[in-house]
Design a protein around this ligand. Structure first.
Ligand code: PLP
Length: 399
């Protein structure tokens, strides 16, 4: 057993080891400590062997107790059996797609993705999958007939779905998509970042992999980046663990601890944010300086019926609205006194972003128009402030 102190050691040697690896007296911490160790030692060669074989901790890239605590909480949050954390949401999506290909029996050949998929995911599919010979098909996931036609015409390995799209908040019928995809032997990978498991748990509805940008609602406080993939079968979990150990897309333990803390209040935050979003969206829909509100909780939204039928009475904590042509966008933005203009979502703060300038700036005005994204469109992520203060700030900015 290595010692932490030996009076025979030189002073400099003593300071290298002093205080480390102490055996603590009884009394265990109630919350998971931050394990910032990148390696783990063992009392015997047998124990070390076991750890290297996967039954213990040996090296940080292969596992860390703080990350395991976050992964366990995330698995429970999404009604899965296992989860693997990653350095960001994009890494979660990447590793989930690779793992979906592996458990599918080797190479990925064809992925069907939503037409209005998240911007960075579009770029990932275009620059990192398509050049390797993987066919990327796009589909309006709210149109089940269109999905059926694609599944009938191609051998699809993965159907990639987002619940609550950005920025028009389209709602997909998750159960219907999963049963269709499975009937054709495809795996379903879901980006559930915007909906959150408080609104819907895709694994219960048939999905195989659920990814999150844990940067958003899981962490919730805008102070950390991270990702998580949750699954419900051992083969998928093993494929994800293999990816992390080999490709090194690991999350740091500090971030894991912060997100673990965020998960504890996620139901409280997200329920309040959902309720406030409904109130604010209804209020904006009656405002004379607002041309239109895109929120699945309003009867005017094209997916209101799907939302009512499948989302368990919640409609998400985000929406978008179009300023009336008479309102000058710059003036609206500059008159906000509490609401922040940023390019993220899911924080405790109420935040707006302008898709034409931020998430969809890479598209031409015509391409944006084809997707229904006008230059006057404002995307809103509702925070946990008192709803009257949120409305008051919008009222002031709208004039
Ligand atoms: C933010 C986001 C991502 C990417 O997550 P990062 O943590 O920024 O890497 C993926 N999908 C959706 C829907 C997002 O909002």
């Amino acid at each position: 057993m290595p010692s932490e102190f030996d009076p025979m050691w030189e002073y400099s040697t003593q300071l290298v080891h002093a205080g480390e690896r102490l055996v603590h007296p009884p009394g265990r911490p109630t919350t998971t400590p931050l394990y910032s160790s990148s390696t783990y030692y063992h009392d015997s060669l047998d124990a070390f062997n076991d750890a290297l074989a996967g039954h213990g901790y040996a090296y940080g890239r292969n596992g860390n107790p703080t990350n395991v605590a976050f992964e366990r909480a995330a698995a429970i949050a999404e009604a899965g059996t296992a989860a693997v954390s990653t350095g960001s949401g994009m890494a979660a999506i990447y590793t989930a797609l690779l793992a979906a290909g592996r458990v599918h029996g080797g190479a990925l050949r064809t992925i069907v993705a939503p037409r209005d998929v998240y911007g960075a995911t579009t770029v990932m599919l275009r620059d990192f999958f398509a050049p390797n010979g993987i066919q990327i098909l796009t589909c309006d996931m709210t149109d089940l007939d269109a999905l059926d036609a694609l599944l009938a015409a191609h051998t699809v390995d993965v159907v990639y779905v987002e619940q609550l799209s950005n920025p028009l908040f389209r709602v997909v019928d998750m159960h219907a998509i999963c049963s269709r995809a499975h009937a054709h032997g495809a795996r379903i990978v879901v980006d559930n970042t915007i909906a959150t498991p408080i609104v819907q748990k895709p694994l219960i509805l048939g999905a195989d992999f659920v990814c999150h940008s844990a940067t958003k609602y899981f962490a919730g406080h805008g102070d950390v980046s991270g990702g998580i993939v949750v699954v419900r079968d051992d083969a998928a979990a093993a494929a994800l663990a293999h990816n992390n150990a080999t490709l090194g897309m690991v999350l740091g333990p500090y971030e894991a601890q912060q997100i673990l803390r965020g998960i504890k209040t996620m139901p409280l935050r997200v329920e309040r944010q959902n309720a406030s979003a409904t109130t604010v969206a209804q209020w904006l829909a009656t405002h004379p300086n607002v041309a239109r509100v895109h929120y699945p909780g309003l009867p005017t939204h094209p997916d209101h019926a799907t939302a009512l039928r499948t989302l368990g009475g919640r409609f998400g904590a985000m929406f978008a609205f179009e300023l009336a042509p008479s309102v000058v966008l710059e003036q609206f933005v500059e008159r906000l006194r509490m609401i922040l203009m940023v390019s993220t979502l899911g924080d405790i703060y109420t935040m707006v972003s302008i898709p034409a300038l931020a998430s969809h700036r890479g598209l031409t005005p015509d391409e944006r128009a084809a997707r229904g994204i006008s230059d006057q469109l404002i995307r809103v992520s509702i925070g946990i402030e008192a709803v009257d203060d949120i409305i008051a700030d919008f009222a002031h900015a709208l004039g």
